[in-house]
Each structure stands twice: as C-alpha cells, then as structure tokens.
Ligand binder design. Structure first.
Ligand code: GLA
Length: 377
C-alpha cells in the first residue's frame, strides 16, 4: 500500500521539529548578513527567558541591537546600529558603533610607543594620534564565530588571530571575545588574549546607548553615576597629560547621580577640550566585578543600565561627534543622542609608566570582563 504524502509529511515535520528542539534548543538563531572581503558575515540573536535580545554580527564583533523592556514592559532598542552590513562598512566612519575595539582602545600619542627598548609605530587616524587600533582596527575584521550556548545561557564566541606586525603591533595575538546573556538581563563580555611576543593591549566594546531608544533626541537627561574619585585630564588632541585629577568640585564629579546635561555647557577647560565629556574615569574599585562601576538612569522610560567591570577605567563619551549626518536603526543620530561607556585601561598607557600597565607577555592570559546589566525603576 502506498502511503499518501499527506500522511508522511506531518510525521516528517514533527520529527524535524522534535529533532531541532532536542539538539538545537539552546542554539543561537543566525541569519546571513552578507560577505566582507570574501568572508561570510552573520547576525546572531541572543535571547533570554525574559525576552531581552542582543544581536551581534561577526563583522567587527559588533553589537547591532539590544532590546530591553521599559517600565511598562515595552521593548525598545537601546543601542545605535545599522540594519545592513553595507552601512557598517560605508557609514560607520569613525564612530565605531557597537564594535569590538583593538588592539589598543582609545589613543596612543603620535601612534608611537616603546617596548623593551624598541620603538613601534601605529598608523595615525585621529589628529596625529592612533585611535582604536590604527587604520584597520578589530572593528573592521571578520571574526570567526562559534555558538557556545548552554541551556538557559545564550552565548557567542568570537575569535580573531591578529598577525605579528598588524597595524604595527608586535606579536601574533590570539583574541577570543565571548558575549553571553544571563537571565538577569546582563550582557557579559569576556575578553581573552594570548601573545607570542611582548605587546600592548587594550580591548573594549564601543556601544552607544540611548535608554529612551536608538534615534531618540539627546542623552542629556540621562542620569549618570560613576564610581570614580579621579579622571585623566587631556590635552587638545585628547591625549592624557599623565595627571590624575580629583573630580571633586568639577563637572566630572558623577559620584552622585547627575543629569549628563547639567554641567556639560560649563566654562571648564576639560569640557572644552573634549567638546563635552570624552574622558577616562579612574574607577575606585579596579578588578572588582561585583562592584557597581557606572549607573545610568533614564527617567522617562524608567530604563536603567548598570556597568560592572574588571577594568581600571571607563571612557565616558557623550556622543559629541555625532552630528545628525548619519541615520541608522531608530532614526537620525544627532549630536549627543547617545553615550558610550568604554571600559578600558587608560588612554596612551604605553607612554605613561604611572598608569596601570597594558603590556601582555607570552605565557600570560589576558582576561577582562564587563557586564552591561539592564533593569527598570
Ligand atoms: C572614543 C573617543 C572619541 C571618539 C569616539 C568615536 O570614544 O574617545 O573621541 O573618537 O571614540 O567617535
């Protein structure tokens, strides 16, 4: 007897569904995001039990979207990003939206540093300095991606082998970055690296947050707290002078929650040099992942972002170079319509022996962790 197709099909479909839910229940949905320099680029979705989603592409290890609830339970995307790979390649320009930054996050003065008596030159790309890794940083590389999710813990592991001499940096650098999402709405970023020669390293993520939603007006009404008694003042090209300055009595005192806009227009030399806030804060509890380093509260949506990190510093950048010429997910990205909290070592550390060291030796394993945790109040 010939079994009618209609009777085979449902069984096959049921089997396929059962199989996929057995083997892939905790795997990450992945869609094609195009190709870059002959390599496949994907967009992965990490989703937790409460519905928070984080979308990450292996182009630049970029966080494309973070969707979290507001106080009424309505989901909204709170980071700037683009819907297409082409826009990341063509339009991101010098903004680094959501990207992984390396080898050296932030600036190295004149792109020059000395290590073990040798002088190294990194291509300059920012007022005569090297910014965020030189001309072609990790934000413009395609990373190998691996789904390393466990039951209830969506996770994506990205890997990049930066060859000896790339952008002028010494040593073959083997970098792994693991993004994972917990059930408390925390996005964990674990950075690991190993080298085969002495080198310098400062990895970070460059997400731009607006807790009202990407494309909303300004972040000047966001309330910010930073657990830092000091910051590193800069010169006119945003290179630290080397001094650690007390925040007390200055517009850089965020030890109590303060509106970002409250003092940004003050007649203050550092604010003028930064065109607003674009400064590294010296965290009071470096290395302590249990200590709240930064908190952002947005009164309208009720959304709250808390940052925990093992890093000694955080670059608070108030989106001063956004100018309304670029639009992306959510709308037009206007002046100060998003803020960055780049957890990191201090800018230009290789040229400041008094700053915590960024040197990595062969045989050592670099490991830093940052958690961006979302809630409402
Ligand atoms: C960092 C820098 C800023 C700016 C942005 C990207 O935050 O400190 O000056 O270059 O990156 O636009």
């Amino acid at each position: 007897m010939i079994t009618p197709m209609s009777r085979i099909l449902p069984a096959a479909v049921t089997l396929a569904v059962a199989f996929s839910s057995l083997s892939f229940a905790d795997s990450l949905p992945k869609e094609s995001f195009g190709q870059f320099e002959g390599k496949d680029v994907y967009l992965f979705t990490l989703k937790n039990a409460s519905g928070m989603t984080v979308k990450i592409t292996n182009y630049g290890g970029t966080v494309q979207s973070i969707s979290v609830k507001d106080r009424h339970g309505k989901f909204g995307d709170v980071v700037l990003g683009f819907n297409t790979l082409d826009e990341y390649v063509q339009k991101a320009g010098t903004a680094y939206f959501g990207a992984l930054i390396g080898r050296y996050g932030n600036r190295i003065a004149h792109g020059i540093f000395k290590l073990d008596g040798k002088t190294y030159h990194i291509p300059t790309n920012d007022n005569g300095n090297a910014l965020h890794g030189g001309k072609v940083g990790f934000n413009r590389r395609v990373w190998d991606a691996k789904d390393v999710s466990e039951p209830g813990k969506p996770a994506l592991e990205l890997h990049y082998l930066s060859p000896d001499g790339e952008e002028g940096f010494p040593g073959n650098l083997d970098v792994t970055v693991r993004y994972s999402l917990d059930d408390q709405n925390g996005l964990h970023i674990d950075y690991y690296a190993k080298t085969d020669k002495d080198t310098v390293l400062n990895l970070t993520n460059h997400s731009y947050f607006n807790l009202v939603g990407a494309g909303s007006a300004t972040i000047l009404n966001h309330k910010l707290s930073i657990d830092a008694d000091q910051f590193t003042p800069v010169d006119k090209t945003l290179i630290p002078t080397g001094k650690l300055e007390n925040v007390a009595g200055t517009p850089f005192d965020f030890r109590h929650a303060t509106d970002i806009g409250a003092r940004i227009g003050k007649n203050n030399e550092q604010l003028k040099l930064g065109k607003g806030y674009d400064h590294n804060f010296v965290l009071n509890h470096p290395g302590d992942l249990n200590h709240l380093a930064v908190k952002v509260e947005e009164p309208k949506s009720g959304r709250v972002l808390e940052v925990f990190t093992t890093q000694p510093g955080v670059q608070f950048y108030s989106g001063n170079f956004l100018n309304g010429k670029v639009s992306g997910i959510g709308g037009i990205y206007r002046h100060r319509s998003a803020l960055c909290l780049e957890t990191q070592h201090f800018p230009d550390s290789p040229n400041h022996p008094n700053f915590p060291t960024t040197v990595l030796h062969p045989g050592e394993e670099y490991h830093q962790t940052t958690i961006y945790k979302f809630s409402t109040e």
